[in-house]
Design a binder for this molecule. Sequence first.
Ligand SMILES: [Zn+2]
Length: 457
Amino acid sequence: MIMNKLVYRINILPLFAVLLFGACRQVNKKDHVDATLLRNVTLIDGNGKTPQEGVDILIQGDTIAAIGKGLDTTKTKAIDLTGKTIIPALICTHAHLGTLKGTRTTADNYTRENILRQLKRYQDYGVLHVQCMGTDRPLLFENQLYDSLRNGLLPGARMFSAGYGFNTPSTAPLSPNFWMDRLFRPVNIEAVRAEMDTLANLPTDIVKMWVDDFGGTAPKMAPEIYTAIIQEAHKSGKRVASHLYNQEDARNLVNAGLDIIAHSIRDQVIDDELVKLIKDKGVFYIPTLSLDEFAFVYAKQPEWINDPFFKAALEPGVLEMITSESYQRELRESPAYRRNKKGFEIALKNLKKLHDAGVIIAMGTDSGAFPIRAQGFSEHEELTLMVQAGLSPLQAITAATKNAAELLKIDRGYGTLIPGKVADLMVLGANPAENIKNTRKIEAVYKAGKLVSRGPF
Ligand SMILES: [Zn+2]
């Protein structure tokens, strides 16, 4: 018996030592390697409150562990950020991924490499979640690519998808390279049901549809079709976002159960009754103001045309295109020019009115749909335009962080910078509460606690 006990002791001691050593190493790893302390910074946390001056942010692993004044610097990698401001990484709830390359948007461009290249660009601009609104292709859902992108396992921004959207049966010319060839184009309610069954099998949460006659140039989706899309989507647990333009379409869609208005209402200043309806039903509103600005602004040279922050976001050939005499003349002489300019002015007024009424505004841009909607730059321009519409800089930032996270239903982990949330943030050289254009002074981007970029150039 004595022998046995001795043997037991001898055998178990090294095992115990290994376990103890292993445990120490794990503790050490947390304390020494993984902890970063961002010191003495001005913090805008995304909640819309007054910025906190001179605070320290402790990041452990991928998470914000503590925020406070004079936090303990021992066992951390401390970085002095005196004079800098931190804001949450931006979240774009309306964009298009994969199909833009150079001066063209095509189906052929949609490759894994192109998607990753664009997500890297968004990341350089401090945008760490991007939702593609209904123009994805089967490639995304093969080999767990979407799963990896959505969960941030690949470099660049995380990607959310609305799968394949719904549009009308007859459409613009369907050239072989038409980038919207994967859209569903139901002719009746039975077709909607069958198509929604396909979508139900995809790991997506939002369904996109288009309800617009594009200034009288295309047929508009029939009310019975969009009503069926909303009802069938809700049956499979998905929410519906709609492209729209007109107030009356918005009213009918919201009454039919629409969850997300994916562009500004731009035909007229919105009436109080509809404002109340949108508010009472908790419908999200994505203004995409930059889309409307880009639709006319390049008829002349905008003040940012030579700004490196703008140029770094452009695909090759786009600067030459938009600064060419022929492009500018074509834009000025286009029948849609006046309508686009007027639509933009109305969109600004409607954003202010809806925001004042308490409607949840979420940042989205439609970047990546066309070459002039530069990915990364558009998101910062969108913030500037929200402020031009009358929101305060802090309110605009909340729309692009906290509210956008709520729209994507990721607000448990993202959108605000408070202890327990994922450390997705941007270090800025100046305070955007004083001037919204200071969001462009990006000095560092942290994704899940790791430094991933020093900005676009
Ligand atoms: Zn879009």
